[in-house]
Every structure is written in structure tokens, then in C-alpha cells.
Design a protein around this ligand. Structure first.
Ligand SMILES: Cc1cc2nc3c(=O)[nH]c(=O)nc-3n(C[C@H](O)[C@H](O)[C@H](O)COP(=O)(O)O)c2cc1C
Length: 365
């Protein structure tokens, strides 16, 4: 009898006490409604004999595979990372090699929708409809036209120590417009080409524009401190939550205190409800993360061009941020944080430097 092992392509997990099995190669998920399957599986891998018929069920379901099958995926030395990677790898393999004409037809066919089947609206555009609104000043072209791309690339460096500095409302407004605004409004005829989608200055997976920016105002002239959602459609800020202190910010960012004294911060969240309207596989997680990266880079370059410094982080307490941004009742996830202000270029915060010197003096550094 052929020796069998559990396939590396399956993931078994529990949700609300119900076991599920996911075949990551074909991105299909089934509820395991026969608990005996699990006990058979555990019995088999623990070296116990099971009935041939039970064994066959597990083979037919792709759970048990011949032991000689080559390893499909890498081992990163972290089981959860392996599962995560496996979960979004090779999910598009069902698309065969096609000619250009065949691919064009297949793609166009996949774009056909029932009338009214459009991307879901932005959750915040509904939930914040009647909230306090701050209309932002018109974008000033001159700010960015005055600097060279080379100069901006040269000056963009991560700063980990800001000093108190009041940004102007115009600066915040220009930064939001150039990084997250609907830029095409300035180009004749472009908006129509993009319908029903929008264009911003960063590329967007499926043009779904699922990135949402939440501004955390600490020190901006003429603007109350607090947390606001950037309404790109109207180039306006919508009030979300009362102000937070730098200590509260640091607590959210797993104690990283490098954002202290920034003028304002921007949390970037991905609206998965919009994204998964088109992209239904687990690959979506990769794509939205990359999209956030594009937006983050654009925003850092714009901020740098405006004479501000930036610090970024993806390390934070998700639940706390979801609560602060009121994301719990919508399918959006926070993915990144950017701080803007005036700071000094140094790879290390002065406090850390001092601590390092102390360690060195004690022979530990
Ligand atoms: C995805 C991503 C996550 C990052 N997370 C952090 C972070 O949690 N804390 C931090 O201080 N810097 C973080 N950084 C900044 C990097 O440490 C920094 O970009 C790197 O040291 C290179 O320096 P430079 O930005 O000055 O070129 C992150 C950068 C990226 C791209």
C-alpha cells in the first residue's frame, strides 16, 4: 500500500467550533460536516490503521497524498507564515496558457456584470454622511512644480524624531489631494475614460480605489485636533473621532514613539468589501498590501516635496486602530501608518542613541 501524508496544500481550521478544510491550490473551502473524517485523519497520521474506504475518502478529497509528492511550497520557519503564504499562492493556476485573442475574450467576459452590479459604496461615505465636515482648500499646483523629482528622491528618508511644528491647512490639503485625491478632475475628459472608477496618483488594483486615508491631526493650523476620514470625492475631511494624544498613538503603534510631535499622521486602510467585489481569491490580501505600499510611497514623496519629513510603520495593534477609526462594522482593515512633520534626519532616535551608548559603556552594546 502506498504511504500517504497530509497534503501541504490543505489547511484545516476551526471557526465557531466548525471545522473547515481549504484546498489552497484551487482556493476552495468546505465545511467538514462529518467529524469522523477528522478522527480518521488524526488516527491515520498517528500511525493507526483505518478502513480502506475511509482512507479513500481522504485521498479523493485531496487531503492525503502519496508521500513522494514533491514539496510545493517553501518553508519559512514559521508555521503561520507558511499557511498564509500557501493560502495565497498559485490560486490563479486554473487560467490556462491562452493566445492574446483568447485572453482578451476571457477577460472581457469576466467584466460582464448584471445591471446595477457595481462596487459597493465606501462605507464611510454612508456612515459619516451627516458628520462634521471640513472642506479643504483648492490644490496649489505651484507647490510641487517648484521641486525636482531627483531632489525629492534624494531627500526622502525615514525620520524617527520629530520636533513640534505646526503644518498649515494648505499643506495637509495639498498632501491629501496629491496622494489620495481624485486627480483626474484636473484633466479634461479623463474622468469619463475612468468611469465608473476614479484615478488617483498611485496605481490601484482593478482601479477599485480601495485605499482609504484617515488623518490624525495633532498640530495643523486652523484645524481641530482629531481623527478624520478623507472624503476624496469632495476633497473634504469628515470627523470620525476625538483627538488622541501622542502617548495614545504610541500605544497603538506597539510602543513605537517615533511619531511623537508629528504634525499629523495618516492611517491607511484597505476597504476589502470593494476589493473582493472583483477579486475573490485570497490573493486579494497580497494585492491590497501592495496597493497600500504604492500609496504610502506617493504620500511620502509628496510630503517630502512639501518640505515635510516622514516616518512609516506597519507594526501596530490592529484592534485598537480598528476601534479608533470605527472600522469594526465595515470590511476594512488598517494596514499602514505614516507620520508627517518636521524632524531631523537620523536613523536612530536620540533616546535610543543614548541607551545604546550606555549599553556600550557597560560592555553590552
Ligand atoms: C513596509 C515597511 C514597514 C516599515 N515599518 C517600520 C516600523 O515599524 N518602524 C520603523 O521605525 N520603520 C519602519 N519602516 C521604515 C524602514 O525601517 C526604513 O524605510 C528603512 O530603514 C530604510 O530607510 P529609509 O526609509 O531612510 O530609506 C518600514 C518600512 C517599510 C517599507
Amino acid at each position: 500500500m502506498v504511504e500517504l501524508k497530509v497534503s501541504n496544500d490543505v489547511v484545516i481550521y476551526f471557526s465557531d467550533n466548525t471545522p473547515y478544510i481549504v484546498d489552497t491550490r484551487i482556493n476552495e473551502e468546505y465545511e467538514i460536516d462529518n467529524p469522523k473524517l477528522l478522527s480518521d485523519l488524526f488516527a491515520y497520521i498517528s500511525g493507526h490503521q483505518i478502513e480502506q474506504s475511509e482512507r479513500q475518502v481522504l485521498v479523493d478529497g485531496g487531503v492525503l497524498v502519496p508521500n513522494e509528492r514533491p514539496e510545493l511550497l517553501k518553508n519559512f520557519g514559521n508555521d503561520f507564515l507558511d499557511i498564509f503564504h500557501r493560502g495565497c499562492t498559485d490560486v490563479l493556476n486554473h487560467i490556462q496558457v491562452l493566445s492574446a485573442v483568447e485572453y482578451a475574450d476571457l477577460y472581457l467576459e469576466s467584466c460582464v456584470r448584471e445591471p446595477g452590479d457595481v462596487p459597493p459604496p465606501r462605507a464611510k461615505s454612508i456612515s459619516l454622511k451627516d458628520t462634521r465636515t471640513v472642506n479643504l482648500p483648492e490644490f496649489r499646483h505651484s507647490v510641487l512644480e517648484a521641486v525636482s523629482l531627483f531632489d525629492v528622491l534624494d531627500r526622502r528618508k525615514t525620520v524617527r524624531e520629530f520636533f513640534p511644528h505646526q503644518a498649515t491647512l494648505e499643506q495637509l490639503s495639498d498632501l491629501l489631494f496629491c496622494s489620495f485625491g481624485y486627480f483626474h478632475k484636473h484633466k479634461n475628459g479623463e474622468a469619463e475614460q475612468y468611469e465608473p472608477f476614479k484615478r488617483r496618483t498611485s496605481p490601484s488594483g482593478g482601479c477599485l480605489q480601495s485605499v482609504e486615508a484617515y488623518v490624525c491631526v495633532f498640530n495643523v493650523e486652523g484645524l481641530d485636533n482629531g481623527i478624520y476620514w478623507y472624503d476624496a470625492e469632495n476633497h473634504a475631511l469628515k470627523f470620525v473621532e476625538n483627538e488622541i494624544s501622542y502617548d495614545e498613538l504610541s500605544a497603538m503603534l506597539v510602543s513605537q514613539f517615533f511619531g511623537n510631535d508629528c504634525s499629523f499622521g495618516v492611517f491607511l486602510a484597505a476597504n476589502l468589501e470593494r476589493f473582493t467585489w472583483k477579486y475573490k481569491t485570497t490573493r486579494a490580501y497580497r494585492v491590497v498590501s501592495m496597493e497600500i505600499g504604492h500609496f504610502s510611497q506617493t504620500a511620502q514623496l509628496v510630503g517630502t516635496a512639501m518640505g515635510l519629513n516622514t516616518w512609516i510603520t506597519g507594526a501596530f495593534n490592529d484592534a485598537k486602530i480598528e476601534q479608533t477609526l470605527h472600522l469594526h462594522d465595515e470590511r476594512s482593515i488598517p494596514l499602514f501608518f505614516l507620520a508627517f512633520g518636521k524632524g531631523k534626519y537620523d536613523r536612530m532616535h536620540s533616546l535610543m542613541k543614548k541607551r545604546l551608548e550606555r549599553l556600550k559603556a557597560n560592555g553590552q552594546g
